[in-house]
Ligand binder design. Structure first.
Ligand code: CU
Length: 321
C-alpha cells in the first residue's frame, strides 16, 4: 500500500473511498483510482469508520493531504473489543482474581478473534507495578458463534486500594480490511474501598483517563473520560461504547447466557471534544467498555496500517435505594 501512497508525493490531495472489500485511493486531479489497500474478499467485519480513520492517519503520517472521504458501500458496523475481564470488581478481602483476555464482539455476543501472545500485562496498586505476564496461560474461548485463541491470568490482590490492570496485546490482523488492530486495554478493581490509583495515567501510548471512579459507576449517571495519546489529549476521537452482554463463564471459558442485546443501530459512538473529553450516560448496570479508535502514535505494523486503540472497562451498578 505504501509504495502506492508514496508515489503520489507530498502536497497532493487524496480521497479515500471505501468499497466492498478494500480501500481505494483517488487523487483529486481526476486521474482515476488506485487501489491502496486490498482487503480479503468477502464480508467486511465492521463499519467503515475505522477503515477511513486508519487511512487518514496513515496518509497524515506520510505527509499526504486528505481532501475528503466518500463512503460508497456500508458494511454492518459492530465493534471489536479487547476484554481484560474480571468477574469481580469491588473486593473486601485479599484473594487471587482470575482474569480472562478475549478479543470479541461482546455487545452482539458475536464472533471472537484469535489473540496472539500479549506483549505486556500488569497491574498498578498504590503506584507499584505488579507484572502478570508470567501468569498468562493460553485458553480457547467459546463464543456464541465460534471459538478463538484467548488467554487467562491471575491477579494476586493483597493490599487495599485500586488495582489498575493494563494489557498490551499483539496487533491483530483484520484480514477483511487489510489493517492491524491493537487495543491497549485497562480494567479497574478495588480492594477495601480505598481509592488510590484510578485517576492517574499509566503512561501508555494510548490511554483513556476516567473522570468518574470506574469501579463504582451508578446506572443512570454520566460517565466521563479523557482520550490521551502519548500524554496529550486527542480531540475529535471516535469512541465506541460496548456492554458485555453475555458475562463470561469463568470455569468453562465460554460466553454465558446473553442478558442484553445490542441496539438495532449497532455500534454506539461518541466523540471527544477539543480537550479530549467525552461523556456517556450509563443506562443500566453491567461492564461497559469504551474504545477510542486509532488514537495511538503508531500508525503502521508489518507494512500495513495499524489502528492503535485505547480501551477501558468500567463497572456500573443499579441504584437500589
Ligand atoms: Cu468487529
Amino acid at each position: 500500500m505504501f509504495a502506492a501512497l508514496s508515489s503520489y508525493g507530498s502536497g497532493r490531495d487524496l480521497t479515500f473511498v471505501a468499497v466492498g472489500d478494500g480501500l481505494l485511493l483517488r487523487d483529486t486531479m481526476g486521474e482515476g483510482f488506485q487501489q491502496a489497500v486490498q482487503g480479503a474478499a468477502g464480508r467486511a467485519d465492521r463499519g467503515r469508520g475505522r477503515l477511513a480513520d486508519v487511512a487518514r492517519g496513515a496518509a497524515k503520517s506520510l505527509g499526504l493531504g486528505v481532501l475528503g472521504l466518500s463512503i460508497l458501500a456500508a458494511a454492518p458496523a459492530f465493534a471489536h473489543f479487547q476484554l481484560l475481564y474480571s468477574p469481580r470488581t469491588n473486593l473486601s478481602a485479599p484473594q487471587e482474581i482470575p482474569l480472562k483476555l478475549v478479543f470479541w464482539h461482546p455487545y452482539s455476543n458475536g464472533p471472537a478473534m484469535d489473540m496472539g501472545a500479549p506483549r505486556a500485562l500488569f497491574a498498578v496498586n498504590r503506584g507499584e507495578k505488579i507484572d502478570l505476564i508470567d501468569s498468562l496461560k493460553p485458553i480457547v474461548f467459546e463464543g456464541a458463534e465460534n471459538s478463538a485463541a484467548a488467554y487467562e491470568a491471575v491477579l494476586p490482590v493483597r493490599r487495599v486500594g485500586d488495582y489498575v490492570l493494563a494489557l498490551e496485546p499483539a496487533p491483530y490482523l483484520e484480514e477483511s480490511e487489510g489493517i492491524y488492530i491493537q487495543q491497549i486495554t485497562k480494567t479497574y478493581l478495588n480492594h477495601g474501598q480505598l481509592p488510590t490509583d484510578w485517576s492517574q495515567p499509566l503512561g501508555l501510548p494510548a490511554e483513556i483517563l476516567p473522570l468518574v471512579k470506574p469501579t463504582n459507576v451508578l446506572a443512570g449517571s454520566t460517565f466521563r473520560g479523557r482520550v490521551m495519546s502519548e500524554g496529550e489529549p486527542v480531540s475529535g476521537a471516535e469512541i465506541e461504547v460496548e456492554l458485555i452482554a453475555a458475562p463470561l463463564d469463568m470455569k468453562a471459558n465460554k460466553a454465558g447466557p446473553a442478558l442484553r442485546s445490542e441496539p438495532p443501530g449497532g455500534a454506539i459512538v461518541v466523540l471527544s471534544d477539543e480537550a479530549g473529553y467525552f461523556s456517556f450516560g450509563i443506562p443500566h448496570a453491567g461492564t461497559w467498555g469504551f474504545a477510542a479508535l486509532n488514537v495511538g502514535p503508531q500508525k503502521f505494523y508489518n507494512n500495513k496500517p495499524l489502528s492503535q486503540d485505547a480501551v477501558i472497562w468500567i463497572t456500573a451498578y443499579d441504584a437500589n435505594y
